[in-house]
Design a protein around this ligand. Sequence first.
Ligand SMILES: *Cc1c(COP(=O)(O)O)cnc(C)c1O
Length: 356
Amino acid sequence: MFSFPELVIRLDKIRENAKKVAGVCSERGIAVWGVTKGLSGNVEVAKAMLEGGCTGIADSRMKNIVEMKESGINGPFMLLRLPMLSELDLVARYVDITLISMKETIFLLEEACKKAKRKCEAIVMVDVGDLREGIWPDEAEDIGMAFRECEFLKFAGVGTNLGCLSGVIPTRENLSMLVETGKKIADVAGSSLKYVSGGGTSSLKLVEDGLMPSEVNQLRIGEAILLGTDVTRNREIPYLSNDAIEVRAEIIECRRKPTKPIGEIGADAFGNVPHFEDKGIRLRAIAAIGRQDIRLEGLTVLDSGLEIIGASSDHLTMDAEGAKHRLKVGDIVRFRPDYGAMLAASTSRYVRVRIV
Ligand SMILES: *Cc1c(COP(=O)(O)O)cnc(C)c1O
């Protein structure tokens, strides 16, 4: 029925990538949690990550965690986004480890866990410079005190997030600050420092180079396993496959047209005023996919000779003049998505997810 656009997921490549990442990390005593949020908590993907050697599954959305667990994935599950107060009952019932940073959330989650009669571990997020979530290192004592009053929610470690918001690169220095803060909290809380969670894909390079502080024993990895890339460091990870995920769309028009629009140029459908270079008459193709399905800037065409011109909500136009064989209506074109485009495609209800 509805075949295209589609998001093709190759499970064997995801399993293999997970295995390689877990291998590189386990040599340094680091456990890898597979992050499924980039594919909306896809159950098959979670299974492949666990089969590949991931210690557990981490996701930012409770909805994904609940669905994975109800589908028979045993986890363990980690909640990657600081819990909303409105979801604490779900966190208490479904999550094994949650990231956390606010005292009021700690106390209310303790209540929810008590009610659910279930224990939950907490990893306190520490902001070491990227300015997204996390306590400031000088709050260590205050947070440690909060956990002294908890019985069901146990302080189990510290974590940090780098790269994602401000692009701050993980280094031995900022991760050492994480370790120090963790030791302080553990000391005050009277607990042991079970986990030091040193970030996501952008921290992998430190492991590869042997520069990761030895106390770091956990990473939460999504991008590397799914796409084989590390966008923060602008690299393809050499030992991983970068073709586990593909977007495919169908051509609905193909004809020769001028390259410079005719008429006065105003703003496009998204408020940008486009600029065009006159390259004469060229073959132009339209694929039935648009901004409602993908993030245009994050797509790379895999078929040689095709070049993306632009996209509106439902149409993606390409210059097809250089294509090896002449493109025609009904042809399928293939794209490699970056993390943002993959996230958008897996979230769009118009894109069919096909597992191979
Ligand atoms: C998304 C996310 C990750 C995974 O990041 P990748 O770059 O995909 O490896 C790790 N930690 C947190 C808190 C996240 O939100």
